[in-house]
Design a protein around this ligand. Structure first.
Ligand SMILES: Nc1nc2c(c(=O)[nH]1)N[C@H]1C(S)=C(S)[C@@H](COP(=O)(O)OP(=O)(O)OC[C@H]3O[C@@H](n4cnc5c(=O)[nH]c(N)nc54)[C@H](O)[C@@H]3O)O[C@H]1N2
Ligand SMILES: Nc1nc2c(c(=O)[nH]1)N[C@H]1C(S)=C(S)[C@@H](COP(=O)(O)OP(=O)(O)OC[C@H]3O[C@@H](n4cnc5c(=O)[nH]c(N)nc54)[C@H](O)[C@@H]3O)O[C@H]1N2
Ligand code: SF4
Ligand SMILES: [Mo]
Length: 724
């Protein structure tokens, strides 16, 4: 047995690990105390990497659907070339836009895949690029595109006086919604340390989360009321003068319009409709506002609601009017190490309404954000007739069958494809519908570096790891699939600004050097330094504004209209009805990690309800419930949870009734309850994943119509799945 240092690649934290390698297999995984960022910290997911990589459900070979419809094993490189040939024909016959690509979550934790994937799709000439970004915190892309972006960078948590989090359970997810470093690596310790030095933490969440337990002030509003709540906070900050008037004078347009727009959000109204004590609302505004440092950042909860684009716009507006950005002469963030540095300047980049020009989809006339189309339109891109209909889809490290809204619709779409290729180490719900499943090498089986994660680190840092165990024979690395198909398709790819040599295949290590070639640290200098290296700062400071007079647009006309609509919309919950809210599980990463013995608490996702709500429904812990929305119905296993707001039910996403072939569990796909057509935001078509009106009844009881509306209840496919 040897102990080898490496780092974990299941989430952005990239914790340093000590891995037992026994006969070429992974044994126990420990935290590496010498790692300068994680200092020995790991989470249960990271510690079970051995079971994940070597467990019973891991694909040890790629698969091809044969003539009789069954999967047969196929060599990964051979399959890639076959697929390249099929893609070449589809492209020649139907044009480049008949090919689409979906980028899933796990792609982001490999250094090479995102670079190669994006340049691959660009080289095909297709515009049909989709990712989880538009079914996640999608407004985080939209807000700067409409408001403009301050280029000096945000104030960090390191020296903050106050931090406010909404809909973001960082202690469980290691995901500071805006990528604030200290909230990513070992967030509980970082928050405790910050509070010891005097930082105040405000948490807004309908659930008293693990993060809320660390807060100085906790607000537990009614789900889906974030836009109103943020407007209410802004109103107090503006009326009490708790904002940075000098910064606004210099950098902001629309302060008076903002004042008028949030005027209807009076403290009394906000307190009543959000159902929070009015004193707490004032307390939050006064604790946050004024001459302090620190930011208001949001997670998925605040980005999933019925007015998520407005909620996020107003959250960022809180930061802007309070001037919570780095000013000229302050030390710049300087965390780019393997990536090229973008100089920080105290200037504003103008809004970029990229969706208003260039390629638009025939589905709803949608345009692109940061080069991507909204994921919610992907099913219609496949299903709706039209000259550039998507016929072939490559899914890179994602599981749309459980991630997309409207489970039935995404299934229909995936089944309608001429060619579905899924690159995934597991036979997921999505992979089971594929023509080819490419089995990739997993984390400890491949070399990597931290190029794409450095943005999330609290200090400038870089790490490299070689592969520490060999992948199963015949398994390829993700990037190789794209390389091999590119060769067959004759694509000309550029990676990190340089042409990729398609005659002489580079090694993975050469590729790692290529993608980091614009950084300030050489990959070669990281090899043999398994703890990674803290990189000295550049000493750069935020540069002057110069002659530029661009200002941030607080309330462009479309945003103003959306604010009005959001503030007109009263969130009504009929008596006896519930609100379905989102939440995540500690032991799994979306759908990754299911099926590992002993990792997830159960082999299903429970429906969490308050004990008294369960009692009222006559359901025992562990008993069955039927949850019904206006769009569909699922059965789930009930679990008591005192941390919830009364009248809410939380059902984690990423599960279904059949997680892996033959492994029938009692999991429920929450996206049977969501819609891909209704309740979508403008522009980014972000679905509503929280604050969904539902009814909950004990399994075996006939369900009434869904709370809120009976749209679609006439659809027989959506009839309640009642066992009676
Ligand atoms: N263990 C683990 N870690 C993960 C993941 C995982 O599945 N498991 N997933 C990863 C991914 S892809 C992401 S995007 C991040 C997400 O990271 P987070 O955004 O921290 O995700 P959650 O833990 O679901 O936290 C969302 C919170 O929003 C609250 N909420 C629900 N509805 C509302 C609402 O209407 N308003 C407000 N204000 N809050 C609401 C929920 O109660 C919940 O506490 O986590 C990443 N890390
Ligand atoms: N109702 C509802 N819907 C949601 C959410 C919600 O909270 N509620 N959350 C949304 C959010 S924030 C997100 S990010 C999406 C998640 O959407 P997805 O990213 O589509 O879902 P994941 O389950 O993260 O899929 C990751 C896949 O990558 C595979 N994988 C693991 N390692 C590797 C690897 O090395 N290479 C490759 N090729 N594959 C690998 C895993 O087996 C898994 O199947 O779901 C969204 N959908
Ligand atoms: S926090 Fe993320 S990187 Fe760290 S051990 Fe857990 S999954 Fe791995
Ligand atoms: Mo996500």
């Amino acid at each position: 047995m040897t102990l080898v240092k490496s780092y974990c690649r299941f989430c952005a934290a990239s914790c340093g690990t000590l891995v037992e390698v026994v006969d070429g297999r992974i044994g126990a995984v420990f935290g590496n105390k010498d790692h300068p960022l994680s200092k020995g910290f790991t989470c249960p997911k990271g510690r079970r990497a051995g079971a994940l990589l070597q467990g019973p459900h891991r694909l040890t070979s790629s698969l091809r659907r044969s003539g009789n419809g069954e999967f047969e094993p196929v060599d990964g490189l051979a399959a890639s070339r076959e697929i390249g040939e099929r893609l070449r024909r589809i492209r020649a016959e139907h044009g480049p836009d008949s090919i689409a690509l979906f980028m899933g979550t796990q792609q982001a934790f490999t250094a090479l895949t995102p670079f190669v994937v994006k340049s691959w799709l660009r080289a095909t000439g297709s515009h049909k690029l989709f990712s989880t970004m538009t079914i996640d915190q999608s407004a985080k892309w939209l807000v700067p595109l409409r408001m403009g972006e301050y280029l000096g960078g945000p104030q960090p948590m390191t020296d903050a006086d106050v931090w406010m989090l909404s809909g973001n359970n960082v202690v469980l997810t290691a995901s500071g919604g805006d990528g604030d470093g200290p909230l990513v690596t070992d967030p509980a310790t970082q928050i405790k340390r910050a509070r010891r030095r005097g930082m105040r933490l405000i948490v807004i969440d309908p659930r008293r989360t693990e993060t809320a337990e660390l807060a100085d002030l906790f607000l537990q509003p009614r789900p889906g009321t974030d836009a109103l709540l943020h407007a209410g906070l802004l109103r107090i900050l503006l009326t009490e003068g708790l904002y940075d008037a000098a910064f606004c004078d210099e950098y902001v347009d629309g302060l008076e319009e903002l004042r008028r727009a949030v005027d209807p959000a009076t403290p009394e109204r906000v307190a009543r409709e959000c159902d929070v004590p009015v004193e707490d609302l004032f307390l939050a505004a006064r604790m946050f506002g004024g001459d302090k440092r620190g930011r208001f950042t949001t997670g998925t909860g605040a980005n999933f609601g019925p007015h998520s684009n407005v909620a996020e716009h107003l959250a960022d507006t809180v930061n802007i009017i309070c001037g919570r950005v780095l000013r000229e002469g302050e030390p710049a963030w300087g965390g780019s190490v393997l990536m090229p540095e973008r100089p920080a300047v105290a200037a504003v980049a103008p809004p970029r309404r990229t969706w208003e020009s260039g390629f638009t989809s025939r589905v709803g006339g949608c345009g692109r954000l940061n080069g991507e189309l909204p994921s919610a339109i992907l099913p219609d891109e496949i299903l709706m007739p039209g000259p550039d209909r998507v016929r072939a889809l490559v899914v890179s490290a994602g599981n749309p069958m459980v991630a997309f809204p409207d489970e039935a619709k995404i299934r229909r779409a995936l089944e309608h494809l001429e060619l579905l290729v899924v690159i995934d180490p597991f036979l997921t719900e999505t992979a089971r519908l594929a023509d080819y499943v490419i089995a990739p090498a997993m984390s400890y089986e491949r070399a990597d570096h931290t190029v794409l994660m450095e943005f999330f680190f609290p200090r400038p840092f870089a790490g490299h790891t070689p592969a520490i165990v060999a992948p199963p024979a015949g398994v390829i690395e993700d990037w190789e699939f794209f390389y091999e198909t590119a060769v067959v398709m004759g694509l000309e790819m550029k990676v990190a600004g340089r042409p990729l040599d398609l005659r002489h295949k580079p090694t993975s290590e050469q590729m790692l050097e290529l993608v980091a070639s614009r950084g300030r640290v050489d990959v070669a200098s990281l090899r043999g330094r398994p703890d990674g290296v803290l990189v000295p700062g550049t000493g750069a400071v935020v540069g002057p504004r110069g002659d530029d007079t661009t200002r941030l647009q607080l309330v462009p006309p479309d945003v103003l209209a959306e604010i009005r609509a959001a503030l007109d919309d009263v969130v009504e919950i009929p008596a006896g009805g519930f609100q379905l809210i989102s939440r995540r599980l500690k032991e799994v990463m979306n759908s990754l990690g299911r099926g590992i013995p002993g990792l997830a608490l159960h082999d299903y996702n429970p429906a969490f309800l308050r004990p008294e709500d369960l009692a009222r429904l006559g359901v025992r812990p562990g008993g069955g419930v039927v949850i019904t929305s206006a769009f569909g119905s699922v059965r789930a296993v009930a679990q008591p949870d005192e941390t919830l707001r009364p009248g809410t039910v939380a059902l984690p996403h990423g599960w279904s009734g059949e997680v892996f072939p033959g492994a029938r569990g009692e999991g429920a796909n929450v996206n049977a309850l969501t819609s891909g057509d209704e309740d979508l935001q403008t522009i980014n078509r972000m679905p509503r994943y929280t604050a969904i009106p539902v009814t909950v009844v004990a399994l075996g009881t006939r369900a009434g119509p869904a709370a809120g509306s009976a749209r679609r209840s006439a659809d027989p496919r959506r009839a309640v799945d009642d066992p009676e």
